[in-house]
Each structure stands twice: as structure tokens, then as C-alpha cells.
Design a binder for this molecule. Structure first.
Ligand SMILES: *Cc1c(COP(=O)(O)O)cnc(C)c1O
Length: 384
């Protein structure tokens, strides 16, 4: 019998410390507005090396809150990468502004800086950037374009916790960065997110609008129940259960990130030299990526067999995913609304139709990576 393993694509690592921290919240009086969310924000900013952090209920909430806070709305445009999670575009749509999609660059899958400037119009308010699969986008160039045209820059850092350029953590390169703590991300609070910014005034405004626009939260009120509402706001708070989980996860995240890097290294070495696949390129030494997965791109001779190859990996116990199944403008909602044809965004479309994402999470080790290489080689042989 050949060796058979079970390798899930992603699995949150929740240990006794997380369980104890959650139980402590449930035993106490404060489920929301307590000290844990505040402390988690401070811990998170410290981990990222600075800025102000505002905890929220998800990354999508953080993205939306940024545009809402900055008054982006009907008649405005925001430049958005075509190759991303739909939340990046939905956050713009929700405000009534129009997402203007820009294709990916082939080497990294990030938004193509060469095509951004052509998408700028007098209605453009912001450029949104996604650090695709944890590979930091070229923020020096993107910030220069933004500065020239007076645009805001929002970073979607849902997959880039731990990633930096020239020592500056993603999220502190643009005007704000939005992080996700969804279960399969680099760390989890079940659901949850964080907005990180180097602008303290933006952090204050976002904090206010995250909780109804109320001027004083519980605990700051001289007379219980008495407050005023100074702005229109949402309810996008993170609760104390989530924050307790996040505080513990954050103490472990260095180890998670190192395990991801080590797995990615073993896996990419094992995959080098397989003719049927291509890998994304790594950038210069000033760029520190954060490894979410290792996405392989099938070359022409096997590309049509992608679903069979995914099936072959699954039969060998290897969980995979796809980032992303289609460019966002080709998803039905956006296609129907804006009329994008199949020939648009060719680079993103090619990545979507040829990629298979392989796992590198901290629930796995070097032996798992070697098993994945072997399983992929066997599967490719069956499909040439
Ligand atoms: C997961 C993800 C999101 C959404 O995060 P939520 O916390 O689930 O709202 C947004 N953008 C990217 C790039 C993601 O990977």
C-alpha cells in the first residue's frame, strides 16, 4: 500500500489557551466594549510595528468602513484589482461608488501598476490594492500614482499579515490596511477583522463610525445610558469573545508565519523543475511576503485537465483551493451590471482558469510538503 495522508487545505489552530481565554470572557460581565478588544488593537499595532488599529467584525466591514468614513459614494470611482476576493469590490459597490477594475500583472498576480494610471478619471477617489496571496504589491509605484492624482490608497491585507516592503508592514504603506481573521487566514477570531492606519485621525473617525457614531461608549459615560450621536454609523464592532481569541492567536502568529514560510520553501523546491506548471516569481530582497498558500499555474498541455488534477490530488488526500475562481468583473453580479465580456482582464482570467492553490498552513509540516510534491507528480503523469 502506498502511503496515504490527509492534508486539509486550511485548519485553524485553536489550543487550550484560546479555550481558556474565551471561557474567561463568558464567565465575566463584558461581552462587548470590554478591555480585550482595546488590548487586542494595541497588541496588533505593536505586532505590525506601528500605526493605530481598530477592531471590526470582518475584513469586509473594515474595507466598507474605510470608504464610508472617507465619504466615498455615488458618482465616485475606486480602482480595484480584477484578481481578488469579491469583498474588495463589494466594499466599493456598497457605497454606491463604481469599482473600476484593473488587470493583474503576470509575475505576481497583483494589480498591474502599468495599467492603473490609464484607469484614473476625474471621478477617481481611491486605489485599492490587494497583496495577492500575501505577496506585497509595488506600493512605491502605486503611492506615487496616488500622490500625483490626489487619491487615497487602501490595502486589502486579508492575506498579508506579516508581509512588508522595506521593513514597513503592509497596511502601513497606504492610507489604511484591512485584515481578516476568518478561520483559514493566518490567524483567526472565527469572524473578525482589523483596520490599521498610520493616520490617528482616520482611526478615530473609523472607531466612531464602527459603533453607530455614538460619542461615548459604555464605560466613558458619566451618566449611564446618556450619550449623543455625532455621525452616521454602522455596527461593525468586534466582540470580547473574538478579541480574546485574537489576543492569544497573536501571541502564536510568529510561529504560524514561520511554519508557513518553511513549508512554502520545501514545497517550492520540490515543485521546481516540473515542466507542466509555472510558479509566481519572487520579488527583490526588500520584499517580505507572507505565505498564504502556494498557487501553481498549469501550463497549456495540462490546463484543460485542471479539475481532473484537482480530483487526483483529492483522491490522494491533498486538499486544494482556487484563488480566485473568476476575476471579480467576470462574476455574474458584476458582469451583468457592467457588461464585461470574457475577453476582458486576460491576465486575471488566465490565472483563475489555470491555478491550483496548494496548502502551506502551520497545521502541516515538511513531510506533508514532500507528500504533496509526490502526489502532484503522480497526478500530472495521469493527465498529460
Ligand atoms: C478573506 C478575504 C476577504 C474577506 O475577509 P472577511 O474577514 O471574511 O470579510 C477580503 N479580501 C481578501 C483578499 C480575502 O482573502
Amino acid at each position: 500500500m502506498p502511503e496515504q495522508r490527509t492534508i486539509p487545505f486550511g485548519r485553524p489552530l485553536i489550543g487550550p489557551q484560546e479555550k481558556a481565554a474565551v471561557a474567561a470572557v463568558l464567565d465575566g460581565p463584558m461581552l462587548v466594549h470590554g478591555p480585550r478588544a482595546k488590548q487586542f488593537e494595541a497588541d496588533f499595532a505593536a505586532f505590525c510595528g506601528g500605526g493605530s488599529a481598530v477592531s471590526v467584525s470582518s475584513c469586509t466591514a473594515a474595507l466598507h468602513l474605510f470608504y464610508f468614513s472617507r465619504g466615498v459614494g455615488p458618482g465616485d470611482e475606486v480602482i480595484v484589482p480584477a484578481q481578488t476576493h469579491v469583498a474588495t469590490a463589494h466594499a466599493v459597490e456598497l457605497t454606491g461608488a463604481r469599482p473600476v477594475f484593473v488587470d493583474a500583472e503576470p509575475a505576481t498576480g497583483n494589480i498591474d501598476p502599468d495599467q492603473i494610471e490609464a484607469a484614473v478619471t476625474p471621478c477617481t477617489k481611491a486605489i485599492s490594492v490587494v497583496h495577492f496571496l500575501g505577496e506585497p504589491a509595488d506600493m512605491e509605484r502605486i503611492n506615487a500614482i496616488a500622490a500625483k492624482h490626489g487619491l487615497l490608497v487602501l490595502e486589502d491585507c486579508a492575506l498579508s499579515l506579516g508581509a512588508s516592503r522595506s521593513g514597513v508592514h503592509t497596511g502601513l504603506l497606504g492610507d489604511a490596511g484591512c485584515f481578516s481573521f476568518y478561520p483559514v487566514k493566518h490567524m483567526t477570531t472565527a469572524e473578525g477583522g482589523m483596520l490599521l492606519t498610520r493616520h490617528p485621525d482616520l482611526a478615530r473617525d473609523v472607531s466612531l463610525k464602527r459603533a453607530f457614531g455614538v460619542d461615548r461608549v459604555v464605560g466613558e459615560r458619566a451618566v449611564p445610558g446618556v450619550y449623543d450621536v455625532v455621525a452616521l454609523g454602522l455596527n461593525y464592532r468586534m466582540n470580547e469573545i473574538q478579541a480574546a481569541l485574537g489576543q492569544v492567536q497573536l501571541t502564536r502568529v510568529r510561529g504560524f508565519l514561520e511554519a508557513r514560510e518553511a513549508n512554502h520553501h520545501v514545497l517550492s523546491e520540490g515543485l521546481a523543475g516540473i515542466d507542466e506548471i509555472a510558479l509566481f516569481a519572487s520579488q527583490g530582497p526588500e520584499v517580505t511576503p507572507s505565505r498564504y498558500c502556494l498557487s501553481i499555474l498549469l501550463r497549456d498541455k495540462v490546463a484543460a485537465r485542471r479539475f481532473e488534477i484537482i480530483g487526483g490530488l483529492k483522491a490522494r488526500g491533498v486538499g486544494t483551493s482556487v484563488y480566485y475562481p473568476k476575476p471579480v468583473p467576470h462574476m455574474r453580479y458584476y458582469r451583468d451590471k457592467y457588461g464585461f465580456g470574457p475577453e476582458t482582464f486576460p491576465v486575471a482570467a488566465r490565472i483563475s482558469s489555470t491555478c491550483i492553490a496548494l496548502p502551506v498552513g502551520p497545521h502541516l509540516g515538511a513531510d506533508d510538503m514532500r507528500y504533496i510534491v509526490k502526489a502532484l507528480k503522480e497526478t500530472l503523469l495521469e493527465n498529460v
